[in-house]
Design a protein around this ligand. Structure first.
Ligand SMILES: Cc1cc2nc3c(=O)[nH]c(=O)nc-3n(C[C@H](O)[C@H](O)[C@H](O)COP(=O)(O)O)c2cc1C
Length: 165
C-alpha cells in the first residue's frame, strides 16, 4: 500500500457509496477533510492528491450518479499524469446487464487524464451478465459492491481491495 496522500471523492444518492467512501477512509487512515462529496467539490481538487479514489453508484442504465456529471464535463482537459487513481462503487447485481457500469465509466474518464489506473479487482464471486466495469474475464476495473443484495460481503471486499492499491 502506498504512503502517498489519498483523496476520496464520491457521488451517492441514497448513501451507500458515501458509506463505502467512509469505510475506505477508515481502513486507509484518510482524514475526513480528504473525503469529498463530488456534489460539493470540483475536479480542481484532484490536483491536491497523489492518489485519488473515485466512487459512484450506478443509476439509469449503467450511468454515473447524478452529481458526477458536472465534474466529468470539467475533466476533459484535466491532466493527472503522475497520479494514481482507483475507482469503486455500488450497484445491484439484479441489474444484470449494467451491474456497476458507472464504475467503468469513471475508470475510462480517469484513464484519459494520463493517471496510472490502480485497483483492478478479481471478478470472481460476482453474478451478472454484463458490465462496463469488467475489463477482462477475470478482472473488474475497481471495487464493485452490491449493498442492496450482498452487504455482508462489503467489508471483506474492501479489505482485499485496499491491498491492490
Ligand atoms: C432507478 C434505479 C436505477 C438503477 N440502475 C442501476 C444499474 O443500471 N446498475 C446497477 O448496478 N445498479 C443500479 N441501481 C442500483 C443502485 O446503484 C444501488 O441502489 C446503489 O446502492 C445506490 O447507491 P447510492 O446510495 O450510493 O447512490 C439502480 C437503482 C435505481 C433505484
Amino acid at each position: 500500500m502506498s504512503e502517498k496522500k489519498y483523496g476520496i471523492f464520491y457521488g451517492s444518492t441514497t448513501g451507500s457509496t458515501e458509506g463505502v467512501a467512509k469505510k475506505l477512509a477508515e481502513v486507509l487512515n484518510v482524514a475526513a477533510e480528504d473525503v469529498h462529496n463530488i456534489a460539493e467539490t470540483s475536479p480542481v481538487k484532484f490536483g491536491e492528491y497523489d492518489y485519488i479514489l473515485a466512487g459512484t453508484s450506478t443509476w439509469g442504465s449503467g450511468e454515473v450518479q447524478d452529481d458526477w456529471y458536472d465534474a466529468l464535463d470539467g475533466m476533459e482537459a484535466l491532466v493527472l499524469k503522475g497520479k494514481k487513481v482507483a475507482v469503486f462503487g455500488c450497484g445491484d447485481e439484479n441489474m444484470s446487464d449494467t451491474f456497476c457500469g458507472a464504475v467503468g465509466v469513471l475508470y475510462k474518464k480517469f484513464a484519459q487524464t494520463g493517471a496510472e489506473m490502480k485497483g483492478q479487482f478479481n471478478a470472481e464471486g460476482y453474478v451478472f451478465e454484463d458490465s462496463e466495469a469488467r475489463i477482462s474475464d477475470d478482472l473488474m476495473c475497481g471495487l464493485v459492491l452490491d449493498e442492496v443484495n450482498k452487504p455482508e460481503l462489503t467489508d471483506g471486499r474492501i479489505k482485499e481491495w485496499v491491498k491492490t492499491l
